[in-house]
Design a protein around this ligand. Structure first.
Ligand SMILES: Nc1ncnc2c1ncn2[C@@H]1O[C@H](COP(=O)(O)OP(=O)(O)OP(=O)(O)O)[C@@H](O)[C@H]1O
Length: 308
């Protein structure tokens, strides 16, 4: 079966001369949650807008469920749901009408039972007769999702789904996205919250300056680039590292009060026991120790810095 979304050699040069996308290749597989990460201005929204037909491409090819967006736009677009960053609905319209009308715009026959189930799944059923203006911010966001799903798309784009929402709502959104995936919807989300990608994504893509820097399964990425850190709070601050410790990758932090050892998270012989033994021999005492694993955020920042 072909990928649900296949992008090849996609470039976008805005009239200003800015190259927002530069020969981007990307395939999204059916049923996955894919997180597209990138700093401000990386090209994420441009990419989504081109796939959804609101921005024209300069060159490249895009197919959605096998339909080329240049040749067969309607069929391609019908398979896509888009939840944009901004809440864009008629605020004086009711929840029910907003979601039902949107289905009609995609040429789908009315299906009140489907819309009812959708509103129930999104905890909006009780609010179906309310006007959008009467809803809380979190409910408005859920209406945007219901609207995007009204025509039963296979591929859902969520552009910054949790920007500016509180922690509880963010967790609700994550649960909702997982539920949608379990129902067979493929999800592409853009986010600045690396925690969000770490929590939800099956695969992660990193984009910067209009170029895809990396696409990788999240777990493999964390394994490959992840480091562990052993932090020792020293009894006595150290000014420099003694030569006797040159075999370990060590650094001093916070005015020499902490000794930090970074090591590969995956290797069998971490070098940690021998380091602790050596410290004992050298009479270097510590009052506390802590180990941690590098986060997707550390990996992301490292990648973008290297590219810059
Ligand atoms: N209509 C436009 N005309 C000219 N340049 C544009 C236009 N829209 C976007 N750009 C530029 O294209 C680049 C990519 O913008 P885009 O909105 O795709 O980035 P993004 O990754 O979505 O950023 P953010 O995370 O801030 O939303 C930016 O430099 C932006 O200023």
């Amino acid at each position: 079966m072909p990928s649900i979304l296949s992008i090849s050699a996609l470039s976008k040069h805005y009239k200003s001369g800015l190259k927002a996308l530069d020969e981007v290749d990307l395939s999204i597989e059916r049923g996955e949650i894919f997180a597209l990460l990138g700093p401000n201005g990386a090209g994420k929204t441009t990419l989504i807008s081109i796939v959804c037909g609101t921005v024209s491409m300069t060159s490249g090819t895009i197919t959605v469920d096998g339909h080329d967006i240049a040749k067969d736009f309607r069929a391609a677009r019908q398979r896509i749901g888009l939840v944009p960053q901004e809440i864009a609905v008629d605020i004086f319209e009711t929840v029910w009408n907003t979601v039902s009308f949107s289905r009609g715009l995609f040429g789908r026959a009315p299906n009140p039972a489907y819309i009812e189930q959708l509103l129930r799944d999104l905890s909006l059923w009780e609010k179906r007769a309310s006007r959008i203006i009467e809803l809380s911010g979190g409910m408005k966001r859920r209406v945007m999702i219901a609207k995007a799903l009204s025509h039963e798309p296979d591929l859902l784009f969520l552009d910054e789904p949790t920007a500016g929402v509180d922690v509880n709502l963010r967790r609700d959104m994550w649960a909702l996205v997982r539920k949608l995936r379990d129902k067979g919807v493929t999800i592409v989300l853009t986010t600045h919250y690396i925690e969000e990608a770490e929590e939800m994504a099956d695969r992660v893509g990193v984009i910067d300056g209009g170029k895809i820097l990396l696409v990788e399964e999240k777990a493999a990425l964390m394994r490959k680039l992840g480091k562990r850190r052993l932090t020792l709070a020293l009894q006595e601050p150290m000014v420099t590292l003694p030569n006797e410790l040159a075999d370990w990758s060590l650094s001093l932090e916070r005015g020499g009060c902490y000794l930090v050892y970074s090591f590969d998270a995956e290797v069998k012989d971490t070098g940690m026991p021998s380091l602790l033994h050596r410290l004992g021999e050298l009479g270097i005492d510590f009052k506390d120790l802590d180990t941690s694993r590098s986060s997707l955020e550390d990996i992301f920042v490292g990648l973008v810095e290297r590219a810059a």
